[in-house]
Design a binder for this molecule. Structure first.
Ligand SMILES: *Cc1c(COP(=O)(O)O)cnc(C)c1O
Length: 343
């Protein structure tokens, strides 16, 4: 029985082309700047985002942490959504390791922060107050149905921030999903953010790694911060090689994941006992709620016995994510299994 694993796009396995590139990768000591494969990946990433430079890091969490440590001094305040991955799911690293004070604003259903909320939250100069130095956005927004934020929204926030002397970081863990969903290159988003990070290890299917992109000076300082948090990897070209294949071959196919997620959402919406709005589902993440007696844990356990894995994200809330390795037929199978489990 094939397992249909919809828990996350992090479960994707490297492609045969990635394995081959990893085996053949030229490597060196990256802390000394001498790994040609890492250097090439960083150049490709910077070019994709139309930024000066990029830094290869171990994870999306490290990318956000290093970005925040580089942007903010201790005691500085960052404006961030209350459903942001960096606020909820990164172990409080900004506070624990950076002494950075998160000022949370409610994420709207579409993953944005209301502009009036941002404007109100930016601090003036007052001896009592922390300094607002950064606004952190997330695109696509994981916890908000994988919603893609439009480039126009990024521009508005960027203009507002810069008018007040504040910088913007975008957690673009799934920025290529946003790019594919909205039919624009990723650089369209990146031009309206000072720094942007993205993951190779989610929908792009590489085994490890993320990139942080920004100005040359910013990335030079971020390189020091990465070393400080133990992220100076040596012959990292072995994993960077898979990342190059990911960027070169795995972006366009994200459209398939989006189509599969839409089909899954439509099929789920038709089932009694499930509440979901297929309209809010624009990329590869589907959240749904159970409206009958069953809890999310009960349903996930039942379907797991039939080889379908989905994620508990609340007492009666479930998350399912489509990705490389999940085919259209798997979606139909999963729908059948979920339907029977609900009966
Ligand atoms: C997964 C994710 C991250 C963190 O990536 P890891 O590689 O798991 O550390 C950051 N931000 C968002 C929005 C994510 O979905």
């Amino acid at each position: 029985m094939k397992k249909i694993d919809l828990r996350s796009d992090t479960v994707t396995l490297p492609t045969p082309a990635m394995r081959e590139a990893m085996a053949k990768a030229q490597v060196g000591d990256d802390v000394m700047g001498e790994d040609p494969t890492v250097n090439r990946l960083e150049e490709i990433a910077a070019a994709r985002m139309k930024k000066d430079a990029a830094l290869f890091v171990a994870s999306g969490t490290m990318a956000n942490l290093v970005a925040l440590l580089t942007h903010c001094a201790r005691g500085d305040e960052v404006i961030v959504g209350d459903k942001a991955h960096s606020f909820i799911n990164e172990v409080g690293g900004m506070a624990a390791l950076g002494g950075i004070h998160p000022r949370t604003l409610p994420n709207q259903l579409d993953g944005t922060l209301a502009l009036a909320d941002i404007a109100n939250a930016i601090r003036g100069d007052n001896v009592h107050w922390p300094r607002t130095t950064l606004i952190a956005l997330e695109n696509t927004h994981n916890a908000c149905n994988g919603s893609p934020l439009a480039p126009e929204y990024h521009k508005t926030v960027y203009d507002l921030a810069h008018a007040r002397g504040i910088r913007v970081h975008t957690d673009g863990a799934r920025i290529f999903n946003a790019a594919v969903a909205l039919g624009v290159p990723a650089s369209e988003f990146a031009q309206y953010t000072d720094t942007i990070s993205f993951c190779l290890s989610k929908g792009l299917s590489a085994p490890v790694g993320s990139l942080l992109c920004g100005t040359r000076d910013f990335i030079a300082e971020a390189r020091r911060q990465r070393k400080m948090v133990g992220g100076g990897m040596r012959q990292a070209g072995i994993i960077a090689a898979a990342g190059i294949v990911a960027l070169e071959t795995m972006i366009d196919r994200l459209a398939d994941d989006h189509a599969h997620a839409r089909r899954l959402a439509e099929g789920l919406a038709d089932l009694p006992g499930i509440a979901l709005d297929p309209a809010c589902m624009k990329t590869n993440i589907v959240f749904f709620d159970l409206t009958g007696g069953m809890t999310a844990r009960q349903l996930t356990e039942r379907v797991a016995r039939e080889g379908v894995l989905i994620g508990v994200s609340g007492e009666r809330r479930i998350r399912a994510v489509t990705h490389y390795g999940v085919e259209r037929a798997d979606i139909e199978t999963a729908l059948g299994v979920i339907r029977r489990a609900l009966e």
